[in-house]
Design a protein around this ligand. Structure first.
Ligand SMILES: Nc1ncnc2c1ncn2[C@@H]1O[C@H](COP(=O)(O)OP(=O)(O)OP(=O)(O)O)[C@@H](O)[C@H]1O
Ligand SMILES: Nc1ncnc2c1ncn2[C@@H]1O[C@H](COP(=O)(O)OP(=O)(O)OP(=O)(O)O)[C@@H](O)[C@H]1O
Ligand SMILES: [Mg+2]
Ligand SMILES: [Mg+2]
Lengths: 256, 256
């Protein structure tokens, strides 16, 4: 049975998609079978892995959540052998209204992923909100990985996110826990970056990954080529950051 | 009667709040009476203007939209004479469910702002989504100002936003038009920044402000002091960027 990890933070632009795409690819390079589920109607993780959203005619997550098809029909191969993708589409924006009045509407994704087999890890990329889609992801997951930009507004939103995690754990998903906090766009020359990082490490201690992802323009260039950083520029500091994170993530799994 | 402008883009972290706070403050320095409405449950614009969300016990936007109080009870003074704020609060996250089944649920904000007098301009800071709150802002506004980060994912989301604007214009608000597109976090040394800016200017022509906001760490430091950039570091490149934008914005109003 796969371990399911959602990558979530309601603050926008903190590096959720960049982490989802590159961590999933890095883990798949360790001979683990990985599925990336794109739960954001922006479908950034989908285009970040090379699918052209305007032209693609295949099934996607909207069809799976409304029960039109099973997940295996929507799952796609990627250029990485051990990495598969369940793509999103802008139509997903309509799902909240569609499932709002259903029984157990927070379990639509959980029920769909129960039918998925043959993966060691499933990562879920979330939209920048704490609405019904993110609630579905939190309910379906074993744990949450929180990307945190080293900036003031991002730090402010953390307490709201932690409260939401506690609420979901109490009400919908008792196994949910924090997998880890990842410092993103870290620039050691900036005082603000350094101050936010120190505050987060003091408060969350060993929950914060030792590997911080540096600000590196190669990470923001790679999505325009539809490739993870390891294919676009494997020697970049961004690639090194996510390779180190993957090692640290897998070591934590082994320790249990 | 005030001109109402919403600052919106469903892509996260593109500089909506930073633009809302600093453009509203810059316009108020031109002896215009300005109201900033914070429509985001993250309440970043509220804390960016110095209100401590954990401790504040006053009325806020949730109370106004549910009809508990009129807007004037919730509107606060700021340290800038001509700038007032209608604050947000994390409770606002519950509004979508609260008003979902109401008649004309997309007009709650419009009906509230009709009762607001004595302002020349009203700016609305939106959350990173195209849900019911942003729909309310688009329906209440005369125009939309679109902050656009000079990155690939931000560019990708633009067509979805433009389609949504056309839909709202056709269905709910015939006067809605694009006030302008603002290039944010622009770094002229980066090829990606330059390429995105060129593509946007080619496509949207004179709708794109000549003033681009440079990436400037002072802009991300000022919210931690609860002050607009002009109070925190008036000689910074970030302050210069928003002063130039305010001049360009007001010149466009005069030309009509
Ligand atoms: N370490 C980094 N260095 C430089 N740029 C980065 C880094 N991480 C992400 N970016 C860029 O910053 C922007 C925001 O990142 P990303 O889109 O991954 O965040 P997100 O949290 O998924 O955003 P949203 O809230 O809209 O879903 C993107 O343009 C991305 O390419
Ligand atoms: N020109 C700039 N230079 C440097 N940092 C900036 C600039 N503009 C914004 N920032 C910083 O980038 C981050 C994102 O900006 P901001 O929060 O204003 O975006 P937003 O679109 O409002 O985000 P959200 O989608 O979460 O509402 C913030 O930490 C902010 O301080
Ligand atoms: Mg994303
Ligand atoms: Mg904001």
């Amino acid at each position: 049975k796969a371990k399911i990890i959602c990558i979530a933070n309601q603050k926008g632009g903190v590096g959720k998609t960049t982490t989802a795409v590159n961590l999933a690819a890095a883990i798949s390079m360790h001979k683990k079978r990985v599925l990336l589920v794109d739960c954001d109607a922006q479908a950034n993780a989908t285009s970040g892995l090379g699918i052209n959203i305007q032209e693609d005619k295949g099934w996607h997550l909207y069809h799976v959540l409304t029960g039109m098809v099973g997940p295996s029909k929507a799952i796609r191969k990627t250029e990485f052998n051990n990495l598969h993708l369940l793509p999103s589409h802008p139509e997903l924006a309509g799902i909240e209204v569609e499932i709002a009045n259903r029984e157990k509407r927070e379990e639509c994704l959980k029920r769909a992923l129960v039918r998925v087999e043959d993966f060691d890890y499933i990562f879920i990329d979330c939209p920048p909100s704490l609405g019904l889609i993110t609630l579905n992801a939190l309910t379906a997951s074993d744990s949450i990985l929180i990307p945190l930009q080293c900036e003031y507004y991002a730090l402010e939103g953390l307490s709201q996110l932690v409260q939401t995690i506690k609420l979901v754990k109490r009400t919908y998903n008792p196994k949910l826990h924090i997998e880890g906090l990842l410092l993103t766009m870290y620039d050691s020359r900036m005082r603000l970056s350094y101050q936010v990082a120190r505050e987060v490490r003091t408060h969350f201690r060993e929950l914060v990954y030792r590997s911080a992802i540096p600000r590196n323009v190669r990470l923001s260039e790679s999505p325009s080529h539809g490739k993870p950083i390891f294919e676009y520029d494997p020697r970049s500091r961004g690639a090194e950051g996510y390779l180190a994170l993957a090692k640290e993530f897998l070591n934590k799994q082994r320790r249990g």
